[in-house]
Ligand binder design. Structure first.
Ligand code: ADP
Length: 354
């Protein structure tokens, strides 16, 4: 079975005075057949975590299981995994067929079996007509499909993807995302996928792990993470444009941001220093809105417009449909947010409190 379990996994690079801890005790269980995405900004430790599962990087503390086995001491080749990299890592002098077959030849799989597995993978990935070509005769998207084909033919328990779409242009990235989803539906192989792109994470993940500075900030389905971000970091990292986060003081049903005091549609979880979160698409512009905002700028994004202004020194962005008549810059509008769409975070820790 292809489940993956990480128990208190830690990583420190360097020794003594030069030691830098980059993974601070990660605990997560990934079920057999699940598609999990690790997402976070550059340098947060995503690749290090994936490479530790792959066995390309030693772990400093904790335990990693794949299936029923503890794999801490196993070589990558013994872990029953296949990895797809950002730079494809294809052999330039070999044909597509030979690139896909290479690992099987080394593993001394019989020729007829290799032929059958490569043809099957080529069929799934629509590479059948390209098997005699060399990598330089392929587009970036086709090369990435060959890299995936090479992983598929090995019939591993686990696929590990390290930012595999980063070298593709935006259109091809979107298309390849759909292909990866289809592949996962057909093969049902446990997959761990690393990306810095929150859209990629939201669209591909059954569950996502949001990382920040070597810590897991939140683990959940894309819906859960979007609707109930556990911290201000997650709230601002997932979603575009990001959630509005307004630092202020709560007293009863009033919230003071700088020199502005707002009436709240529902009481906050407690009084004192809190951060109020509201997603741009959950803020309505309406005449009886409780909160005034003077518009400084409006951005046209095609299907939507983003209206910007400041409230007590904090930047606020509001999303409106591009088909709605836009208000003009310089005018003051009134905003309303339904109580169900308010998020509250502790001002010191950034943790969700309601
Ligand atoms: P991500 O994949 O999220 O961009 P990485 O896992 O590559 O992040 O890196 C996490 C942290 O570990 C970064 O601060 C990076 O500088 C550091 N790091 C990565 N590899 C090494 C290394 N070989 N030696 C020292 N520090 C490293």
């Amino acid at each position: 079975m292809g489940s993956i379990t990480l128990r208190d996994v830690e990583k420190t690079y360097g020794h003594g005075a030069h030691a830098v801890k980059v993974i601070h005790g990660v605990n997560v269980e990934i079920a057999d057949g699940e598609f999990v995405v690790i997402v976070g900004p550059s340098g947060c430790g995503k690749s290090t975590l994936l490479r530790m599962v792959a066995g390309l990087e030693e772990i400093t503390g904790g335990e990693i299981d794949i299936g029923e086995r503890v794999v801490n001491q196993l070589e990558p080749s013994e872990r029953d995994i296949a990895m797809v990299f950002q730079n494809y890592a294809l052999y330039p002098h070999m044909s597509v067929f030979d690139n896909m077959a290479y690992g099987l030849k080394i593993a001394k799989v019989p020729k007829a079996e290799i032929q059958a597995r490569v043809e099957k993978a080529a069929g799934i990935l629509e590479l059948g007509a390209l098997l005699d070509r060399k990598p330089r005769q392929l587009s970036g998207g086709q090369r990435q499909r060959v890299a995936m084909g090479r992983a598929i033919v090995r019939q591993p328990q686990v696929f590990l993807f390290d930012e595999p779409l980063s070298n593709l242009d935006a259109k091809l990235r979107a298309q390849t995302r759909l292909e990866i989803q289809k592949l996962h539906r057909e093969l049902g192989v446990t997959s761990l996928f690393v990306t810095h792109d929150q859209v990629e994470a939201m669209t591909l993940a059954q569950r996502m792990i949001v990382m920040n500075a070597g810590n897991m900030e939140q683990v959940g389905t894309p819906d859960e993470v979007y609707a109930q971000p556990a911290t201000t970091f997650v709230a601002s990292f997932i979603g575009s444009p990001p959630m509005n986060l307004l630092h202020g003081q709560v007293a009863g049903n009033r919230f003071t941001i700088g020199d502005v005091t707002l009436n709240l549609p529902a009481p906050a979880p407690r009084d004192g220093a809190l951060i109020l979160g509201a997603r741009p698409e959950h803020i309505e512009i309406r005449p009886d809105g409780e909160w005034p905002l003077t518009i400084e700028m409006i951005e046209m994004l095609g299907a939507e417009r983003i209206v910007y202004g400041h409230m007590g020194g904090e930047l606020v962005n509001v999303r409106i449909d591009a088909t709605d008549a836009p208000p003009s810059a310089g005018t003051t509008i009134r905003l309303h947010v339904d109580a169900t769409h308010l998020h509250w975070f502790d001002a010191a820790s950034g943790r969700r409190v309601g």
